[in-house]
Design a protein around this ligand. Structure first.
Ligand SMILES: O=C([O-])CC(=O)C(=O)O
Ligand SMILES: [Mg+2]
Length: 231
């Protein structure tokens, strides 16, 4: 693709299921690429398409200060300004799918509070290769879509170090580059390299329309009313 047009790509992918996109990747020869490992699961069943916005974190090596609770309150301010300042949050764009390599750590970088802020800036969904999310009852209630390996109780401080943004990261066996297309639903996550995004969408739509026709006939045979999944 000569020029990457976010709006055009988001429009092209908005109705596609993970399975359609998986098939589309197969159609252009990417059989072994794109499917994020099945150990990475949705927090709740929903579907999101977005443009990969990447960040990398490392386990925090220390030290953890042995101080009083009040001194710790002060130290936490230093921690969030110098060690874990999540720089990517300052330039989120509408349509971003936040992809965080957290090095498999059990840490709740995302919670019911900061995800609302990121949502108001345009973030559509989150993908991590560790924990990454806490306050999950509220995140579910607020409709914050997260695909992660597990849920984490602990907050960032002393557990993780923000390292860099807008770089390639490896999540569930897939190398994800900034601007790749991330498609996620109840079947998991699939990633499309931006250079083949249009071609993959073409065959994904071919699969989807074939499937709709087939299922619509079966709905009719069963005497079911047609719903939006077959129209
Ligand atoms: O404090 C954090 O970093 C994550 C969190 O629990 C929230 O935003 O609600
Ligand atoms: Mg919280």
């Amino acid at each position: 693709m000569s020029e990457f047009n976010r709006e055009e790509i988001l429009e092209l992918y908005k109705d596609l299921r993970v399975t359609d996109v998986r098939d589309g990747l197969d159609w252009v020869g990417y059989h072994g690429y794109g499917t994020v490992d099945h150990s990475i699961k949705p927090l709740f069943r929903t579907a999101v398409v977005g443009i990969a916005r990447t960040a990398r974190y490392l386990p925090y090596e220390g030290p953890v200060p042995m101080v009083t609770g009040d001194e710790y309150t002060e130290w936490v301010k230093y921690y969030y300004s110098e060690i874990c300042n999540d720089e990517w949050k300052n330039d989120i764009q509408e349509g971003d799918f936040i992809v965080m390599d957290v090095a498999g750590q059990d840490v709740g970088i995302l919670g019911s509070n900061n995800t609302l802020d990121f949502k108001s800036k345009g973030a559509r969904g989150y993908l991590t290769n560790g924990g990454g999310v806490r306050d999950t009852d509220e995140c579910i209630m607020q409709g914050i879509p997260v695909w992660s390996k597990f849920i984490s109780q602990g907050m960032d401080q002393t557990r993780i170090r923000y390292y860099e943004k807008d770089i390639p990261v490896a999540i569930g066996g897939v190398a994800i580059y900034p601007n790749d297309v991330v498609v996620a639903d109840g079947d998991g996550v699939v990633v499309v390299p931006s250079k083949v995004a249009k071609e993959v969408a073409k065959y994904a739509h071919q699969e989807l329309s074939g499937d709709k026709k087939g299922r619509a006939k079966l709905y009719e045979k069963l005497g079911w009313e047609l719903d939006e999944t077959v129209k």
